[in-house]
Design a binder for this molecule. Structure first.
Ligand code: IPM
Ligand code: MG
Length: 330
């Protein structure tokens, strides 16, 4: 039997409740396809901080490194907002991404037939939209040094560094082209090359990598325009490849198209490991009420089957079940 070791890190807020539903779906799917799942649970985020004083204990990191895939819920909440920056729940997530070198973040935005009306945009604008944001996840301004807040000329200044090396750009560009090849063979690289040197280099390297993918139609777009175009005409996009922070923002726009973050799954892919999680946060305001939408978590588990295990039929089955449930009006 095909055994897969999955680490489950439910995290905070609605994380545990949506993750529970995803696990139920996985446990239901597994026997039908002759799949054996070995699930282990470890803390992350505020939950981990409360238990151990750190948002990602070594034990969780080790377990992540030793598993075939990680299913994560969500991290963060007002309870931990006053903590020192270095131990905030979000740092746990960022450390997991950097320690496992999860450099490629895939965030699909697909409009499920019955949900065209869930979007705040006109149905004819969103109907049929299907785009994939490939976001660089372990570099850029999220991790660049120097960073901090310090006194300069008698006042506090806050600073971060937007830095990308050629190799970092090349490897995420490759993912972008690979995915575009499997999709509609159209790749839009999003940057701010008119203002930021680091993304001028980004554009240059993406163009270079593109020479090996003559079948993919490559275009470049400034991020401000991309934000406007996603709202104006999302169907012009197939695959988008972009930096860490631009991808953070544009993928929420993608979720907005779908009718909300409750439907948006994501995959953080690295050289060896991968973490699957909803795009949404911990939604502390609705946690524990049984009203959180588990679709994003369930769809993330489908992404896990597809991207980590190559189990396409199983992933299709989950996605179809979601579509079916939505079609029934749930
Ligand atoms: C996301 C989130 C995270 C990010 C936060 C929680 C650190 O917004 O996964 O998009 O900014 O990457
Ligand atoms: Mg985000």
């Amino acid at each position: 039997m095909n055994t897969k070791k999955i680490l489950v890190t439910p995290g905070d807020g609605i994380g545990p409740e949506v993750t529970k539903q995803a696990i139920q779906v996985l446990n239901n799917i597994a026997p039908r396809f002759g799949l054996q799942l070995e699930l282990t649970e470890k803390p992350v985020g505020g939950a981990a901080y409360d238990l151990t004083g750190t948002p990602i204990p070594d034990e969780t990191l080790e377990a992540a490194k030793n598993s075939d895939a990680v299913l994560l819920g969500a991290v963060g909440g007002p309870k931990w907002e006053a903590l020192d920056f270095s131990v905030r729940p979000e740092r746990g997530l960022l450390k997991l991404r950097s320690e496992l070198e999860l450099y490629a973040n895939l965030r699909p935005a697909v409009i499920y037939g019955d949900l065209v009306n869930a979007s705040t945009l006109k149905p004819e604008v969103v109907d049929g939209a299907d785009l994939m944001v490939v976001r660089e996840l372990t570099g850029g301004i999220y991790f660049g040094e120097p960073r901090g807040v310090e006194i300069r000329n008698g006042e506090r200044v806050g600073f971060n560094t937007l830095i990308y090396s050629e190799s970092e750009i090349r490897r995420i560009a490759l993912v972008g082209f690979d995915i575009a090849m499997k999709r509609g063979k159209k790749l839009t690289s999003v940057d701010k090359a008119n203002v930021l040197e680091s993304t001028e280099l980004w554009r240059e390297i993406v163009t270079e990598v593109g020479k090996d993918f003559p079948e993919v139609e490559l275009s470049h777009m400034y991020v401000d325009n991309a934000a406007m175009q996603i709202i104006r005409n999302p169907k012009q996009f197939d695959t988008i490849v972009t930096t860490n922070m631009f991808g953070d923002i544009l993928s929420d726009l993608g979720a907005g198209l779908m009718g909300g973050l409750g439907l948006a799954p994501s995959a953080d892919i690295g050289l060896k490991q991968a973490v699957f999680q909803p795009c949404h946060g911990s939604a502390p305001d609705i946690a524990g009420q049984g009203v959180a939408n588990p679709c994003a978590s369930i769809l993330s588990s489908a992404m896990m089957l597809r991207w980590s295990f190559g189990l396409h039929d199983e992933a299709d089955a989950i996605e179809q079940a979601i579509e079916g449930a939505l079609a029934e009006g749930y």
